[in-house]
Design a protein around this ligand. Structure first.
Ligand code: F6R
Length: 608
């Protein structure tokens, strides 16, 4: 969602801000802006549209400046236009700020401020905070931000400058991430490491309820209650190539294509072939709770929720542990039944999803330990959970999640194996499972090498308005994921269903205009899936089947077949999802859609 960058130092401020904003573009936004201290005071440039457009409008302007802040906005309050774009100021142009999050009590605050003479120019909740800080300011910016935020209800990642203080940026965080980058005679603040990682890898993470005073040579972290917070600078390992396209036309294609490596990275150093089990360092401290559990609850959103569903099949099949999968957004508004033998796993690529964070808070009220499965190292979810496992899939920039999904399944499979070995699986079985797991990257590679076959299918169906995706067992969540990928990036309506459910309703949709994608691999449900295929064909639906290599018969009863190599049935989603990712990608490209930044979507959903 919205992105923030702040910089103070000797470099060309405009260029640092624009580069930073370009690095956070992938999060999704509809307007962009910057504010800086120019020779004549605070200067603001903002507009609807892309950062490239903003860049054009400042191109060639050599403005000497000591500090600046920039923002990409994903509209919540007020339409995406130049007026509502951040940064925002008070009516005297004295305070300028950029904000991620939502100010819930802005209407009441606005009314009070209006009564004391403030005039508002935008429809945003954020503008209120600029007025509020200006109202309480008496010479100390950090102090004014602290005092103002005590009156604010909501969530914020906030960067603030003041016309009086050309050498200061103040940052504040509550439920919206901010990371500070420590340079030499310069400092950075951003909502996302990618925004400044080319300049420094020394970082401190702001925690909820903290404010920070950032100058060129000094950073002071405090709580809202004015207590200094000592911080340890962490050195992050981050490869800049990972956030660049590296010759691919889209990040999504790059990320689909790098899955043989990312799947391998998720298991690297963790598989113990001899013992037929795994070693997961991040689980060690809470191993007793994990192994002693009687039930598990997985909370997640979107694609991560689909991975959780795959995890449910894995845990139940391999470890005999009952699992419930919850939408994180629903979890805290129910009365979830949790006891000290229930373990909760929060699954998230970004580690910043607000709904998932809120579910973790709710779970923490009821259970001792919440585990995390995250990709982004040091993210809020990684730091809020008590133990867990990183995906090590590298930064995922394309808004549609692909490589994180397969890595989440790998991690869930390793956890299921670990638990299963303690409960019901023999060393020999564990050993066989690991052998299959090790083969997955190569098998994904063979699927990717046939991308043009999927491209051909995409060409035939790109203009259809509806798609149905059907699968059974552990491949039912893959059907959901295939449908989600297609609708997200190509804007074609698509539904995923368990194949047998089709006859309970969706079958009414089937006619010769309806492509139906079946995951029809040779596992325990194969024969049943063939019957479901026959039901679709009888109604003249077009069938695209994802089938097991060597299954010649299926070709006779479908319109198109794409083969994936055979594997352990529980690992099959790691293979069957790849052609579905490619199908969505090719269809979207052929329809001229913005694959990496689909309309209305954000990479990291930091609002409820
Ligand atoms: C789909 C997609 C979203 C995310 C969801 C959760 O391609 O990217 O559905 O999966 O917003 O995000 P994380 O995993 O970051 O919590």
């Amino acid at each position: 969602m919205c992105g923030i960058i702040g910089y103070i130092g000797e470099r060309d401020v405009i260029s640092v801000l624009i580069q930073g904003l370009k690095r956070v573009e992938y999060r999704g936004y509809d307007s962009a802006g910057i504010a800086l201290f120019g020779p004549g005071g605070l200067l603001i440039k903002k507009d609807k549209g892309k950062v490239a457009h903003l860049e054009e409008s400042v191109n060639g302007q050599q403005i000497e400046s000591s500090a600046g802040i920039g923002h990409t906005r994903w509209a919540t309050h007020g339409e995406p236009n130049a007026v509502n774009a951040h940064p925002h100021t008070d009516d005297k142009n004295f305070i300028v700020l950029a904000h991620n999050g939502i100010i819930e009590n802005y209407m009441a605050l606005r009314e009070e401020l209006r009564q004391s003479g403030h005039e508002f120019t935008t429809e945003t909740d954020t503008e209120t905070v600029a007025h509020l800080i200006a109202e309480v300011y008496d010479g100390d910016l950090l102090e004014a931000v602290r005092r103002a935020l005590k009156l604010v209800q909501g969530t914020y990642g906030l960067v603030v400058m003041c016309a009086d203080k050309p050498d200061e940026i103040v940052a504040a965080r509550l439920s919206s991430p901010l990371i500070i980058g420590h340079g030499d005679g310069e400092n950075f603040v951003a909502s996302d490491l990618a925004a400044f990682v080319q300049f420094t890898r020394n970082v401190t993470y702001m925690e909820d309820g903290e404010v920070a005073l950032i100058t060129k040579n000094k950073i002071v972290h405090k709580t809202l209650a004015d207590k200094v917070v000592p911080k340890k600078i962490e050195k992050i390992s981050f490869d800049i190539e990972h956030i660049e396209k590296g010759g691919y036309s889209h990040f999504m294609l790059k990320e689909i294509t790098e899955q043989p490596r990312t799947i391998g990275d998720s298991m690297r150093g963790r598989l113990l072939s001899e013992e037929g089990t795994v070693r997961l360092g991040g689980m060690r401290e809470k191993e007793e709770q994990f192994l002693g559990a009687k039930r598990a609850v997985f909370v997640a959103c979107g694609t991560s929720w689909h991975a959780a569903l795959v995890g449910e099949y894995l845990f139940e099949e391999m470890a005999g542990l009952p699992v419930e999968v919850e939408y994180a957004s629903e979890f805290r508004y129910r009365s979830p039944v949790l006891d000290d033998k229930t373990i909760v796993f929060a699954i998230s690529q970004s580690g910043e999803t607000t709904d998932t964070l809120a579910a973790i808070q709710e779970a923490k009220r009821r259970v001792d330990t919440v585990f995390g499965i995250c990709n982004v190292v040091g993210s809020s979810i990684a730091r809020t959970t008590d133990a867990g496992v990183y995906l090590h899939a590298g930064p995922e920039i394309g808004v549609a999640s692909t490589k994180a999904f397969t890595s989440q399944i790998v991690v869930l499979a390793m956890l299921a194996l670990n638990l299963g070995r303690h409960r019901q699986i023999s060393a020999a079985e564990g050993h066989r499972f690991i052998k299959e797991l090790r083969e997955i990257p190569r098998k994904v590679g063979t699927i990717l090498s046939q991308s043009e076959k999927i491209e051909e299918i995409a060409r035939q169906y790109k203009d259809h308005r509806n798609f149905l995706y059907l699968g059974r067992g552990v491949n039912f969540p893959v059907a959901l994921e295939g449908a989600l990928k297609l609708k997200e990036i190509s804007y074609i309506h698509a539904e995923g269903y368990p194949a047998a459910e089709m006859k309970h309703g969706p079958i009414a949709l089937i006619d010769d205009e309806m492509p139906v994608v079946f995951i029809a691999i040779q596992d325990g449900t194969y024969e049943k899936v063939l019957s479901n295929i026959a039901e679709v064909r009888a109604r003249r639906g077009h069938v695209i089947a994802i089938a097991t290599e060597g299954d010649k018969d299926i070709a006779k009863c479908v319109d198109h077949v794409f083969y994936v190599p055979e594997t352990h049935p529980m690992l099959s989603p790691l293979l069957t999802v790849i052609p579905l990712q490619l199908l969505a990608y090719h269809v979207a490209v052929m329809r001229g859609c913005n694959v990496d930044m689909p309309r209305n979507l954000a990479k990291s959903v930091t609002v409820e």
